[in-house]
Each structure stands twice: as C-alpha cells, then as structure tokens.
Design a protein around this ligand. Structure first.
Ligand code: G3H
Ligand code: 13P
Ligand code: ZN
Length: 330
C-alpha cells in the first residue's frame, strides 16, 4: 500500500470520534516498534519526521525505512508527515521525498524562534496549501505558540490559540488540520504539578467547525515509571510531569484528532538502553540494547493506540491515494 493522505486518516478519526497518534521517528527501531504496535492493535498511524530527523537521517533513509514499513504492513493505513516545517522550501523537499502530509508551522518565523503575526502566518501557510494540494498532500498549520524549546525549536513563549482567530485562519488558509496552543509544551519538562489545559479552546472551535481535525502538540505524558528506569540505571532526569492521559482523552472527545508524541518514545528508548548496558556491562552487541529500545517503543506506542481509541480502526476504510486527493483538491 502507498502512503495514505493524512487528511483521510484524520477525517476517518473524526467520523469515529477517536484520536490518532503521530509519532516522531529518527531511526529504524522506532519505526519498527511503532509498526508492530499498529499491526497488533489494528491501528492507522502517522509517522512524522522533524527537520532535525531529516538532517540526522540524511533525508532519504526515512523515506526508505517507511517504504519498508509499508511493504511489511500492507493493511495498516500509514501517513508520512513533516513535523514543524519552517518554510515553503522545507515542505517542498518533503513532498519531493514522498511525504503524504506536511506541517507548516507559521506561528514562528523561518528561524523557528520568532513569533509571527496572524497575517504573516496566513501568508506562508497559504503558500504551502496552494503548493501541497497540487500534489494531493495534506497540510497542517499552527496558530498560537507552544512553550518549551527542543533543539532550538520554539520561542519559549506561550500564546494560547484564540478560537475566533482559529476559525478565520482555517477558512482563509485552506489547511486540512490545525495545531492549537492549549497550554502544552514540547519536551520532558512540561509541568511541575498536574496541569489544567485550556480544553475550552478545542470545544469553541469544534462547535463552529464540527469534524475539522484539530491537533495537540506536546502530548507526551512523561510517565514517572520511564523517568524512574532512566534514573535507576545512571540517568539524572529531574522530576517532572507531562500531559495526563485523561486530558488527552477529554481533548479527543472535544475534537482533537492528531496527537503528537516524541518525548515518551525517547524516554522509553533511553531507559531500555541504560538498563541493558548497566545490567550487562559485558554487552557490546548493539542488537541487544537497540532491540530492547525497540521493544520499549512498541510497548509505549501500543498503550497509546489503545488509550487514544485508535485500536481496531485500521480496516474501517479503503485508503485513498495522493492521486485521488489531487482530484479532490482541484
Ligand atoms: O516538535 C518537536 C519534536 O519533539 C521534534 O524534536 O526537532 O529534536 O527532532 P526534534
Ligand atoms: P512531546 O515533546 O510532548 O512528545 O511533543 C512532541 C511534538 O509535539 C512533536 O511535534
Ligand atoms: Zn510539535
């Protein structure tokens, strides 16, 4: 099966009132762990690569690893998505590589640090929509800014999404999905205590635009057990809190369809590698610790597919192609 347009995966999730995890990847073990979880739970899935991931993998490796995942899992609808594209040029490169979806994060300037105005965001987002839709590729935009800085990405400031502006932005830009700032942030250090997210923002938009797919970034739950494993085997992570699963599930009820998760996979892998290397210091076969990391990603992702309600929906629909989407958009 070829890559599936992300729009279809999200529109089907809206029909079924469930969420779909979008998992960040940088290597083969992450892709294999995610695909095993998708296959065993019968879940559609979104695999996403950041600009950092594309640089790390020299672009072309991601494409071919995902090709292998598609070949091995012909019954799983799989979208390949660019996470936090910073310019039309970056989105063009991802489309050229065969991504079925791109995010243009126009909430920040091309430096991925400086917040933009509504008009600046709209201008760059519209240029990506006009380009991507010609190729049948889905576009995710973002309005409002998240807190947290990952590898130099993010302004560090928070500006929650204004629902009225979001509706205007969706209508004027033609995006297929919109990322909201509702109080989450990227990375492991999100909150010191149990957070109250601004879930009303989701409801206000969904009331006006029912079934329009909304996106929650910074959705890792940062489970204490994963922090504990890392610290038990020599790590030094401070105590922290992520987004509670109940808040994500409440978000899904209100209209969140795409849930971005990177940090939890990173924590799971790090803990697994540390554990193997600490418990068996004579090990020098990378398959031993990368295999454990792959198993840890699988377990974390499988749990999320069940908790987001994605499990069991892989066979609900006949996947569309990018050719089908070209006709749809034209
Ligand atoms: O949005 C941030 C993701 O966690 C990607 O992080 O840019 O370090 O790959 P990265
Ligand atoms: P986390 O850092 O919470 O996993 O968020 C990842 C994300 O939003 C990627 O776009
Ligand atoms: Zn993000």
């Amino acid at each position: 099966m070829p890559v599936v347009p992300m729009k279809q995966i999200l529109d089907e999730a809206a029909k079924g009132a469930y969420g779909v995890g979008a998992f960040n990847v940088n290597n083969m073990e992450q892709i294999q762990g995610i695909m095993r979880a998708a296959s065993e739970t019968g879940s559609p899935v979104i695999i996403q690569a950041s600009r950092g991931a594309l640089k790390y993998t020299n672009m072309v490796y991601i494409k071919h690893l995902v090709q292998a995942a598609l070949e091995e899992n012909p019954d799983i609808p799989l979208a390949l998505h660019l996470d936090h594209g910073n310019s039309l040029q970056t989105c063009k490169e991802a489309i050229e590589l065969g991504f079925s979806s791109v995010m243009i994060d126009g909430s920040l300037k091309e430096d991925s640090k400086t917040p933009t105005t509504f008009e600046q965001n709209l201008e760059v987002t519209k240029s990506v929509v006009d380009y991507a839709h010609r190729y049948g590729v889905t576009v995710e935009g973002e309005l409002g800014t998240l807190g947290g800085i990952e590898d130099g990405v993010g302004s560090g400031q928070v500006k929650l999404t204004d629902p009225q502006e979001a509706i205007k932005f969706i209508e004027l830009s033609g995006v297929d999905a919109l990322a909201l700032a509702i109080g989450t942030s990227h990375g492991a250090y999100k909150f010191k205590a149990k957070p109250e997210l601004a879930l009303d923002i989701i409801s206000s938009i969904s009331e006006k635009l029912p079934d329009f797919p909304l996106v929650m970034h910074g959705s890792s739950s940062v489970p204490q057990e994963l922090i504990d494993i890392i610290n038990r085997y020599g790590g030094k992570l401070q105590s922290t809190m992520g987004v509670p699963m109940e808040s994500i599930q409440e978000g899904i009820k209100r209209g969140i369809r795409k849930i971005n998760v990177d940090t939890d996979g990173r924590l799971a892998m790090t803990g697994a590698v540390r554990k193997v290397l600490t418990q068996t210091p004579d090990v020098f076969d990378p398959r031993k610790y990368f295999g454990a990391a792959r198993q840890a990603v699988y377990e974390v992702v499988k749990g999320k597919m069940q908790d987001f309600g994605t499990a069991g929906h892989a066979g609900d629909y006949q996947p569309l192609t990018l050719e089908d989407m070209k006709k749809y958009y034209s």
